[in-house]
Design a protein around this ligand. Structure first.
Ligand code: SAH
Length: 338
């Protein structure tokens, strides 16, 4: 078993199961996440416990194979134990270091504008492989992690349990201690899982990739919409915000001539209505999908129309433009070189 797969609750359960004091779980957390301990012999536990831990757990982490860095962003390519690769990103924001983690190798959601979907899902990542991305970033760049976006490659809600455990690990006070409000899980709209997420004992933030204000356009851009149309997604988002008193983020990628007119903005504002949601306008990172990014003027006008209609909206800052850092690109480059 991999120790980094174990959420605080699961590690406490393990100690109970072997008949030892579950408080040891937090001693281990402090060691492995705060002090970088990679061996049980450093804990001064009774020998029988150390032996048992050595027999039951390993400390395997993804291997760092490539690093790219520019002023405000960095990216790592990691190799997993079975030879698959994942990418993880560090963005140096004004308020601190924010990382973006992947949750699957490839993705099956098939959004038309997204590079990740070009590689069909090969498998989901384990909790240790998601947590390992955070540990790799903090080790390579010797930095504290202040925020986490679960927005890398993959659909987090197609890997629910591993992602939920990752959220518990990353926010544990005795471990990496990232604030729950600084961890955001982004979904393309897997409705039943949005309810499940809202019902977790302590969920982190929720973002939903909306990208279109009506079902006809959203069906075209995002096949998931045929299973879970906009009205159902909005109902689920509302359930989350009612239950957690957190503001839901709706992500909206600005695609030139597709979803970026003032009329689209009005439709979007009407859809949000009085709900406590906010819109994050995302500049499209060009790929060879055929879609183009909207001009800055179009984005500003779109944002202004939202605001006139009483909807809170922000424009996402662009990071690492010269890093070739769009989802899936580092992996694609590495494969080509090979
Ligand atoms: N599957 C999840 C999380 C990963 S994608 C989701 O769909 O939310 C993270 C965000 O990046 C999503 O909003 C996605 O639609 C968006 N995205 C995908 N490709 C992009 C690109 N080339 N440029 C900008 N945003 C992109």
């Amino acid at each position: 078993m991999n120790i980094y797969d174990y959420s605080p609750r699961k590690l406490r359960n393990y100690f109970e199961y072997i008949g030892e004091n579950p408080a040891k779980a937090m001693i281990i957390y402090d060691g492995i996440y705060r002090r970088g301990v990679r061996s049980f012999s450093e804990f001064n536990f009774a020998e029988r416990i150390t032996e048992r831990l050595n027999a039951d757990f390993n400390f395997a982490l993804p291997r760092i194979v490539e690093k790219r860095e520019c002023e405000d962003a960095a990216k790592l390519l990691l190799e997993l134990s079975d030879g698959e690769f994942v990418e993880t990103v560090l963005m140096r924001q004004r308020f601190g270091n924010c990382i973006c983690v992947s949750t699957q190798v490839g993705c099956n959601m098939g959004c038309k504008f997204c590079q990740s979907g070009l590689l069909k899902k090969r498998r989901s990542l384990t909790t240790a492989e998601i947590t390992g991305q955070a540990l790799a970033i903090s080790a390579v760049f010797d930095c504290r992690i202040d925020g986490v976006s679960v927005m890398g490659i993959g659909e987090p809600f197609d890997n629910f349990e591993a992602v939920a455990d990752f959220c518990e690990i990353i926010t544990e006070d005795k471990g990496l201690a990232v604030g729950r409000r600084h961890v955001t899980v982004s979904t393309c709209g897997v409705v039943p899982k949005i309810y499940e997420y809202a019902d977790l004992p302590r969920p982190c933030n929720l973002a939903i990739s909306l990208h279109a204000p009506d079902d006809r356009l959203r069906n075209e851009l995002m096949p998931i919409n045929k299973a879970y149309p906009i009205a159902e997604v909005m109902r689920a988002a509302e359930y989350f915000s009612d239950k957690t008193h957190r503001r839901v983020t709706l992500e909206y990628v600005m695609l030139e001539g597709i979803n970026d007119t003032p009329t689209h903005a009005e439709q979007l504002a009407a859809l949000v209505g009085k709900r406590d949601f906010y819109i994050n306008l995302i500049p499209y990172n060009s790929t060879d999908s055929g879609y183009k990014k909207s001009s800055p003027e179009t984005v500003s006008e779109f944002c202004a129309v939202l605001k006139e209609n009483g909807v809170i909206a922000t424009k996402r800052r662009e990071f690492g433009a010269n890093l070739n850092a769009a989802c899936g690109q580092l992996r694609a480059d590495y494969m080509e070189e090979k």
